[in-house]
Write a new protein. Structure first.
Length: 295
């Protein structure tokens, strides 16, 4: 059976580069101060989607992401690896969204896409670590969900079987289609870019990227290509395009509020080195229990 697969992916700030300017005064992330990358676990999810496409001829993989114009890079990265198309949700009204507002926006976009058998995304994003968006999308769409997926084993007769990793072991779970899956970082890593696909899609741009290139009167390079090769035009959707309610989007639709931010810097003198001896390990456990770090 051929499948219609939607991959939820996010462009996130590289948390390895967090500095004093990483947060805004209102508690939101200052994304302009950090380099942007493809959320790692979303790459694991993309690989599972591409494996399904390989195993089921005629299947399609659609990328879906939300962010500013530069987030079109996520769509391109998906196309370079084997995705068929993608949509970028981009609107000032989406800015500052918590997980509730993000899942609302994604769910409205998925309804606009219309046809889907499997919706798959990473377990969580490294800029929030909540693992809430995938399950919330499933709830808003009224779909079953399987979380902590490590491997999609089979799709047959309208059902899917997956292996999921949980605390204390691994279990095999089946569910009906359509379904939402979230994938662990312990799943298979994503395949590298395909050289032929990079050549095919390297000039793919969204409308905001084109506007940024031509804002000072400059001409858009290879402008004729965007008419003769429509697949190079990355589709961008606003709140209105997906029939969304602005009150449920962005900051206005986000009940999560950051009350306080503290920067904690550990000094070298606060560090402690222990060996692997039984005595050192026992003393560490006693200390952690005493200060309630564990237990």
């Amino acid at each position: 059976m051929s499948l219609k697969i939607v991959v939820l992916a996010k462009q996130v700030p590289d948390t390895r580069c967090v500095g004093k300017d990483a947060m805004n005064a209102d508690g939101t992330i200052n994304r302009s101060a950090l380099p942007a990358i493809f959320n790692p676990e979303d790459l694991n999810a993309l690989e599972q989607a591409l494996r399904l496409k390989d195993a089921h001829p005629g299947s399609t993989v659609t990328m879906l992401t939300m962010g500013p114009g530069r987030a079109a890079e996520i769509i391109r990265e998906g196309l370079y690896r084997g995705a068929d198309n993608g949509y970028l949700l981009t609107d000032r009204a989406f800015a500052g969204a918590d997980t509730l507002a993000t899942s609302y926006a994604l769910a409205t976009a998925i309804r606009k896409i219309g046809e889907y058998d499997i919706i798959v995304g990473g377990r969580q994003a490294i800029d929030g670590d909540t693992a809430q968006v995938g399950p919330q999308v499933a709830e808003k769409l009224g779909l079953p969900q399987i979380t902590y997926v490590e491997e999609i084993q089979e799709v047959k007769d309208g059902r899917i079987r997956v292996k999921r990793h949980i605390d204390g072991g691994v279990e095999t779970v089946e569910g009906p289609l359509p379904i939402v899956l979230t994938v662990n970082g312990s799943a298979a890593p994503c395949r590298p870019r395909n050289a032929k696909l990079v050549q095919k899609y390297k000039r793919a741009l969204g409308a905001q990227e084109k506007a940024a290139i031509t804002k000072d009167g400059a001409e858009l390079p290879y402008a004729s290509l965007y008419e003769s090769r429509p697949y190079l035009n990355i589709t961008e959707w606003t709140v209105a395009d997906v029939n969304g309610d602005t009150k449920q989007c962005g900051l206005s639709g986000s009940p999560t509020k950051v009350k306080k931010i503290e920067n904690i810097i550990f000094q070298a003198k606060e560090s402690k080195t222990i060996t692997g001896s039984d005595a050192d390990v026992e003393n560490l456990i006693v200390e952690l229990l005493a200060n309630h770090t564990i237990g």
